[in-house]
Write a protein that binds this ligand. Structure first.
Ligand SMILES: [Zn+2]
Ligand SMILES: [Zn+2]
Length: 574
């Protein structure tokens, strides 16, 4: 792997920061800082310089010692001394540096004054207004720290797809342990939230040897830190930064524990209330009548004891699911099998990595009977978005391809940009020739709520538009959506025969669950699109389905559960 100047700079800066926290000699700290700065300004590639045997000490602020360290970084990708420092200091304390208004000096001060060495304690101290009393901090800084912590908290959560990769690997590792019965990843992961904090893994014991199970758990190769190890609970941190908690319970408690650790908290509180009303006590160990356990081995059993059917984890947010369950009116949630085709994909023609043919092959393997190709339009210059001529060519190309396919239909579509004034990026007479027009906002996002709403409304009213894609433009962990009055947009969409997209791209998942439910209530069908940029990307549909289920969507609420024949009729109506 190539080592960039910026990588080396980062390691040197981290060295300076950690030495500073540790209270090392001021000159030593400064030497690292100066070296980092020199590298930041350098136009030459340091890796090449090292490979060609150039003398690094000729660079400003680099002595023999630092030159040696830089060579070590180039050769190994890391610096042993930095790793040592990280081991020595609490890694949580190092994370405190990520709080924007805290430098190493302040981190040290916080530690010296209040013993704070992790983000949790930092937050607590700020909430209790203790930080303002430390010299050099004050009320303003304290408030700033709190806001920054909040923002970090939002960011720290891992995308469901990334968490899934980690969780599945860990899951199969655990399956190899003797002494484990059932395994479930609980928490927000099981509720399939768009982002996940810690992973909570729950296992039932097949024997009595807890210790062996815990030994196996902490022996996983991807672990960078064992946070705690006990008889029934252990916590570790993985290379990816994700914390994983393992809880081991007896077989007869597994269902109750699974329900408890799956959450949400709000859902559990309601469940507990129902139990109390019936004279039961409920905990993660089971449902009890006096001292006798009356349920808890399975989740179904617990719900049943409370006169309810089992509730799918995606619904457990205390948004009416308990009432619905008790009235036996839970939605029969959509599944991936219900999906007949994908309505948002890209190919090599713009920024995709696979040809239309390859995408079609993958879509057929997925069991679909149609797939829309929806390339970007010309406004998206960076990826050579299609102009009118390009789109016409592609429509022809797709026509030809369709004539060779049996039992599968490629829809000639486009993801046309909604321009600043609400007009579309391509001429109507060309759009008219498409099977499907998806419209979306990619640029000029800084608008008032009213202006953005009007801009999108104009697209809704455009006779060529079928679907509004990723309607809020949010990108998880990157940027919030633009402000837009979705209720107004959806109400208009309903009248105009336009559909709203739930984009399955793992960092978009736009619409959100609550928006999906709003659409359902307003009677606007949702279009599920993977926004795949490769054959593998078609499986983004899975996350879209999870989000749709969180939004209570059923088969009939989703546009692409229709066959192409039915879909064609609906699109024509417009
Ligand atoms: Zn897009
Ligand atoms: Zn797209």
């Amino acid at each position: 792997m190539p080592v960039h100047n910026s990588d080396i700079k980062k390691i040197l800066k981290d060295m300076a920061d950690l030495l500073d926290i540790k209270g090392a000699n001021e000159f030593r700290v400064r030497a690292y800082r100066n070296a980092a700065r020199t590298l930041g300004q350098l136009s030459k590639n340091v890796e090449e310089m090292v490979r060609e045997g150039e003398d690094l000490t000729r660079l400003e602020g680099i002595g023999e010692d630092l030159a040696g360290k830089i060579e070590e970084i180039v050769n190994t990708g890391t610096l042993e001394q930095l790793e040592e420092l990280k081991r020595e200091l609490n890694p949580e304390m190092v994370r405190m540096l990520e709080v924007a208004s805290l430098g190493p000096r302040r981190v040290k001060k916080l530690y010296d004054a209040l013993g704070i060495n992790n983000l949790k304690d930092l937050k607590e101290a700020a909430q209790k207004k203790k930080i303002r009393e430390i010299e050099g901090f004050g009320k303003k800084t304290e408030e700033k720290i709190l806001t920054e912590l909040q923002e970090m908290g939002e960011e720290k959560r891992t995308l469901l797809k990334e968490a899934e990769e980690v969780a599945e690997a860990f899951y199969s590792y655990l399956q190899k342990s003797e002494g484990i019965g059932q395994i479930e990843v609980a928490g927000s992961y099981r509720r399939r939230k768009e982002t996940v904090g810690d992973l909570d893994i729950l296992v039932s014991l097949a024997g009595k040897d807890n210790n062996r199970v815990m030994e196996h758990f902490v022996g996983y190769e991807d672990i960078t830190e064992i946070i705690s190890k006990g008889e029934t609970k252990s916590s570790v941190r993985l290379k990816s930064g994700i914390q994983v908690d393992l809880r081991a319970v007896e077989k007869e408690s597994f269902g109750a524990a699974l329900l408890y650790f799956t959450g949400s908290k709000a859902h559990n509180i309601e469940v507990r209330k129902l139990a109390l009303e019936r004279g039961y006590k409920i905990s993660e160990y089971g449902v009890f009548e006096g001292e006798t356990q009356v349920a808890g081995e399975t989740e179904e059993g617990v719900y049943q004891k409370l006169d309810m059917p089992w509730i799918p984890p995606q619904l457990r947010e205390n948004q009416g699911e308990i009432k619905a369950a008790r009235e036996n009116s839970l939605p029969s949630l959509i599944t991936w099998k219900d999906i007949q085709g994908d309505l948002h994909t890209h190919s090599t023609r713009t920024d995709g990595r696979n040809t239309i043919k390859e995408m079609v092959e993958a879509a057929r393997k997925q069991g679909y009977s149609y797939m829309a190709v929806t390339e970007h339009s010309k406004r998206v210059r960076m990826v050579n978005g299609l102009d009118e001529k390009g789109l016409l060519e592609q429509i022809e190309e797709i026509k030809e391809l369709n004539s060779t396919l049996e039992g599968f239909r490629v829809l000639a579509g486009i993801e046309v940009d909604i321009l600043y004034d609400g007009s579309l990026d391509l001429e109507g007479e060309v759009l008219e020739k498409c099977d499907l027009v998806v419209a979306s906002v990619h640029y000029n996002r800084n608008m008032s709520r009213e202006a953005m709403t009007n801009r999108i409304l104009k697209a809704v009213e455009n006779p060529h538009v079928n679907i509004i894609a990723h309607p809020t433009g949010r990108e998880i962990n990157k940027r919030r959506g633009y402000p837009v009055d979705l209720e107004k947009v959806m109400t208009e969409a309903k009248g105009a025969g336009v559909f709203m997209e739930l984009n399955g791209y793992p960092s978009r998942l736009d619409l959100k669950d609550t928006h999906c439910r709003m659409a359902k209530d307003l009677g606007v069908k949702i279009s599920l699109g993977s926004d795949a940029h490769s054959t593998g990307g078609l499986t983004n549909m899975k996350y879209g389905i999870d989000q749709a289920r969180r939004g209570w969507l059923e088969r009939e609420d989703v546009l692409n559960t229709l066959s192409w024949k039915e879909l064609k009729k609906i699109l024509k109506k417009k």
